[in-house]
Ligand binder design. Structure first.
Ligand code: GRF
Length: 209
């Protein structure tokens, strides 16, 4: 299996996935790291580990569709099997999503379906929620709406703020995401009729890994 990881920022999830591949916990090779930001810190993790990088600017394309079409040709040229979105701050267009249906994962810092989109921690704090967390899901065209695979819940304490919550959830993400990537590489999870399956059974609730 060949994986492409898409990033836009700090790349801590990318780094964690690289570590899991090196440890033999993910049965795949990270063949490409894609970024839409040339200064994304996470590109350093790719370079340190001799992973090929592909950086592009939306400005160089007439539309989002054209950019994603070009990306798709690159993924095909690199024989990529699985796309892992890890802090990639762009909405993926229909052609690319459909080309990787059931083969594209995203991690989102909320207990989906609650709080799709941005500012998830602030929204959880403002709502007085008892819990927040992180979700790994299959990617469909609609933002943060694909079938949910796994979640980790974190308790919101009275003295928590955005910084403490971000840190607590991030620590969980770094453990959870590599495990889900490993399951997809081993074909233990899959998408069928917009639903997530694990070991042949439709998931009645998110996996807690
Ligand atoms: C993560 O919190 C993830 O849930 C969200 O973006 C963040 C990426 O962080 N989609 P990093 O770039 O992996 O450090």
């Amino acid at each position: 299996m060949k994986i492409a990881v898409f990033i836009s920022g700090s790349g801590s999830n990318l780094n964690s996935i690289i570590g899991a591949v090196k440890a033999g916990d993910i049965n795949a090779e990270i063949a490409l790291v894609v970024s839409n930001k040339k200064n994304a810190y996470g590109l350093n993790y790719a370079r340190e580990n001799d992973i090929e990088t592909l950086v592009f600017k939306q400005k160089d394309f007439a539309s989002r569709e054209q950019a994603d079409s070009w990306l798709l040709t690159q993924l095909i040229a690199h024989k990529i099997d699985i796309v892992v979105l890890a802090g990639y701050m762009r909405i993926i267009t229909k052609e690319l999503v459909e080309a990787f249906a059931g083969k594209m994962l995203n991690i989102h810092p909320s207990l989906l379906p609650k709080y799709t989109g941005l500012d998830t921690y602030q929204r959880a704090l403002d709502a007085g929620d008892k819990y927040c967390g992180t979700t790994v899901h299959f990617v469909i065209e609609k933002l943060d709406a694909g079938a949910i695979i796994a979640q980790t819940k974190v308790t919101i304490e009275a003295n928590d703020n955005i910084e403490t919550l971000t840190e607590k959830v991030k620590q969980q993400e770094l453990k959870l995401y590599p495990k889900v990537v490993a399951l997809l590489c081993d074909k233990k999870i899959y998408l069928k009729d917009d639903k997530a399956f694990y070991l042949g059974e439709e998931l009645a609730q998110p996996l807690a890994l």
